[in-house]
Design a protein around this ligand. Structure first.
Ligand code: HSE
Length: 447
């Protein structure tokens, strides 16, 4: 008799995404099994808390609070790590790989920080780690770069990679909400990381940039190589002014560009033209643009955060692993290409060129503008436009008040200039006695 092989899955971390994984396994099991010709069994669920086990579905897995029970069970084929963060996730994943198990994870923080250790381990143990949910949740960007675009030299990747910040920026742009109110809403909707500072400060997006850049380059692009700036200091005044007067939408962007062995990898808020497709990527949606030397421009769009969209990617990983386990090919060839001895050379942000948006808060008296433009001129930064009058038309009445005590606003848009030159000018300008507070500086990215 030709008995179907069973693939046993142990799930570690039974929070929002873990419970979503169980929902899909329950809902689509016959479909999933038909796709790989074997049987799929959820045999363990591990979590700090036992209460959620009531939602563990039809599989009736065993429950434990000790991850070792799952990793040490010889019958487990696939360990699903969904606890996130650096530790104990790193220990769990490495132990599972060393025990000859294959791993599916959503953990971008772990990969960004320990890429080299993880993939060196899979090379030695001939085990696999799949990580589709680590970037863009349900958007199949990892498989696409790794398999679908394998023929290409990837030259650029741009992304709206964090659902929480994109939700916040959408509410600021469309409804004039201030940052704090919009953040509270995003948390209520359940998109934010356990520690929302990872979202707000751009760390979550930087983890994702590190993963995408490492995957695309076949080297390890360390998290520390990714320049990172979040949206915590953004003022709704600039978001609305840039949109209504200048035609730009504010987005938190991840940017990766390769040129020979030189690479730009960064995360920061930026103004993008309102006609750009990214400008209509709203709320928790993500978008990723990839330029491959043969395929040209490709764009991906979908929900980048949320229970079922992340669970979709995790279950797809389980399925791909199950296929290889059943056919006896799992681990015969590595999943990603990785050249540990090679490193990309980082091109610093200071050398990159774009137009810049600057908002000064100054005294309202003669000579202020000339002092500011004089310093910009000394540093070789040429001015494209100056806005100083914010009268009482319909739009201006929508602008939130900027406190009188902090001075009057002057907005300058520059021609293309080196980032470092603008920063050097601002260091000098912000020391002028007529300048009341640190100048707001946003890059204008034409993409
Ligand atoms: N907190 C993340 C986001 C979830 O908002 O995009 C997925 O990484």
């Amino acid at each position: 008799m030709n008995e179907k092989k069973t693939v046993n899955v142990g799930l570690i971390g039974f929070g929002t995404v873990g419970q979503g994984v169980v929902k899909i396994l329950d809902r689509n099991l016959p479909l999933l099994e038909s796709k790989f010709g074997g049987q799929l069994r959820l045999t363990w669920v591990c979590d700090k808390y036992s209460a959620p086990l009531r939602r563990a579905g039809v599989h009736r897995p065993r429950f434990t609070r000790r991850w070792e029970d799952v990793v040490r069970d010889p019958s487990v084929d696939v360990v699903v790590e969904l606890i996130g963060g650096y530790e104990p996730a790193r220990t769990i994943v490495l132990s599972a790989l060393r025990s000859g198990k294959h791993v599916a994870t959503a953990n971008k923080a772990l990969l960004a920080k320990y890429w080299s250790e993880v993939f060196e381990t899979t090379r030695k143990t001939k085990s696999l780690i799949y990580f589709e949910a680590s970037v863009g949740a349900g958007i199949p960007i990892i498989q696409s770069i790794n398999e679908g675009l394998a023929a290409n030299r990837i030259q650029a990747i741009y992304g709206i990679l964090n659902g929480t910040t994109n939700y916040i920026l959408t509410r600021m742009t469309q409804d004039g909400l201030d940052f704090a109110k919009a953040l509270k809403e995003a948390q209520r909707e359940g998109f934010a990381e356990a520690d929302p500072s990872f979202d707000i400060e751009g760390t979550d997006a930087a983890h994702k940039v590190s993963v995408l850049a490492s995957l695309a380059s076949g080297t390890w692009v360390h998290l520390d190589d990714v320049h990172r700036q979040g949206i915590g200091n953004l003022d709704v005044w600039d978001v609305l002014f840039a949109q209504e007067r200048l035609g730009y939408v504010t987005k938190l962007l991840g940017i990766i560009r390769f040129q020979d062995r030189l690479m730009e990898a960064r995360v920061h808020p930026a103004l993008i033209p309102s006609a750009h497709p990214f400008a209509s990527v709203n709320r928790e949606y993500n978008a990723v643009y990839v330029y491959g030397d043969a395929a040209g421009d490709i764009m991906f769009y979908g929900k980048g955060a949320g229970q079922m969209t992340a669970a979709s990617a995790v279950v797809s990983d389980i399925l791909f692993l199950a296929r290889q386990i059943v056919s006896g090919t799992a681990g015969k060839i590595p999943y990603v290409s990785f050249h540990p001895s090679q490193r990309m050379k980082i091109s610093p942000l200071s050398r990159s060129v774009c137009r810049h948006y600057l908002r000064f808060m100054t005294d309202d008296k003669p000579g202020v503008l000339s002092k500011i433009t004089g310093i910009l001129g000394q540093k070789g930064v040429s001015i494209e436009a100056v806005y100083q009058s914010f009268g009482s038309d319909r739009f201006s009445s929508r602008l939130p008040a900027l406190s009188g005590r902090s001075g009057v606003p002057i907005v300058i848009v520059t021609h293309k200039a080196m980032h470092g030159a603008v920063q050097r000018a601002l260091e000098k300008i912000d020391r002028l006695p007529v300048v009341r507070r640190k100048t707001i500086h946003l890059r204008i990215e034409e993409l």
